[in-house]
Design a protein. Structure first.
Length: 102
């Protein structure tokens, strides 16, 4: 199964890390992490992944605990991957504010 990964920089301190695996041209697993560089270190602010067999979003705290889990039960993996990237691109400021307040 081919595995691919890449980064999408949104600002000089905020970026996405996208990792996904395909089989026969279809996404079979992925993780999209919203990252923040603060004081020279990268922090995972939120992520979308398929770790439980269903796409979902985890909003994280500064201590990397899951504050909120939202399931995307109506989406296939291909659609959920695109949704995740688009959501973080459009709403990264809101996720970072929530992370900074927890």
């Amino acid at each position: 199964m081919p595995q691919k990964d890449f980064q999408i920089w949104l600002t000089d301190k905020i970026y996405l890390v996208v990792d996904y695996e395909t089989m026969e041209g279809r996404i079979v697993g992925f993780v999209v992490r919203l990252m923040l560089i603060q004081n020279g270190s990268p922090y995972n602010v939120a992520r979308y992944d398929t770790a439980h067999g269903t796409p979902h979003r985890d909003i994280l705290s500064r201590s990397n605990n899951v504050l909120e889990k939202n399931w995307l039960t109506q989406m296939d993996f291909d659609s959920a991957l695109t949704f995740a990237i688009d959501d973080f691109k459009k709403n990264y400021e809101d996720y970072i504010t929530a992370w900074e307040n927890h």
